[in-house]
Write a protein that binds this ligand. Sequence first.
Ligand code: 1AE
Length: 400
Amino acid sequence: MIATYRVREKRDKLESRAQGIAIGLTIGTWTELPASRLDQVRRHCGRVVGIEVLSEESDGQVIAHLTIGYPTSNFDGTFASLLTTVFGKLSMDGEIRLVGLEIPESLAKLYPGPKFGVAGCRHRFGVYGRPLVMSIFKACIGLTLDELVEQFEAQASGGIDLVKDDEIFFTDAYASPEERVQAYRSAAQRVAETTGRETAYAVNLTGPVHRLKDRARKLSELGAGALLVNAIAYGYDVLADLAADPEIQTPILAHPAVSGALYGSATHGVSGDIVLGQLMHLAGADMVIFPSMYGSVTLGAAETEKLLNHLRDDSVFAPSLPAPSAGIYPGLVKRLIRDFGDDLILNAGGGIHGHPNGPAQGGKAFLEAIEAVQSGVELIAYAQDHDALRGAIATWGVKE
Ligand code: 1AE
């Protein structure tokens, strides 16, 4: 396992800092060990692979990349071992950021990876040759089941592919996840009589960790379209455990809540592409929500490109579907397809519910925008005789 760190350090301290990491995160110390013990632990010792100075700072320090190799035998196939080794106590050691991880295939294979991936999700939701469209429940806490069903129906009526819970919806007080899955499934079947499409429901998988797998199996049996998992808050090992379970035959949609605490700083933490791309893919997320480059909360373009490469890496696992999110509206669809291609989920909350003629027209506007882009017609021109798209463009405009 090769890890690269961005550090700020005195130039003449780089070598000892790198050695300190290689030893400190593996065998802990070597200075006080007797020769016999040293031989025993040597094969577990990290080593310095490279030191690269990137820039000189005005205070005499340099910004550098330190690259450290860790023996694969130090890892046990859990995220706990991976993260604690490569960035455990080191994450607290001043200005240091984990910016690269090369995971050898032998180690990657200890993790589940996506069960469905892009092809499996497309098959499951019956969507081919275009991006998927997903709507987010908004203002759902405190509503009764009947009111929630009404909101589900309104969203599904636009003919969209998925409706997902808001990730902050944890309370079961009015409608448990099990009740919601059953009620929305009936609603989706009713709506399908008009739209011809049975909209799937991504239910928020909530509750204590020790009950999640049972609940996921139950929700799977009841017909949940996908399981929304707050993967950072619950932890990557929880996500991996769900993905590895053969009885859970439902795609997993990972939400990035809390991830900004890990990747948000340019100088500390872990790069966004690792947090939301590489590790989500390894842990088995079939679909991954992340902040888009142009919405209300964002991830930089360079990190986004690396994130996409991780999600789409098919060398060991099936690729995952990216869902660039936050502040997405129909006028962005041309740009989203240009930047991300067709294997993509267009995911919107406000950009559907805020449509002047309601959420059904909000969802339809996304589908019309896709039609426009796929037929090579400008969104504004297509909107002339497509009411839903016209309403969306009048509200949010077009950004190409
Ligand atoms: C990156 C997460 C976005 C999210 O969770 C969310 O709810 C977005 O909502 P809208 O589309 O910005 O209203």
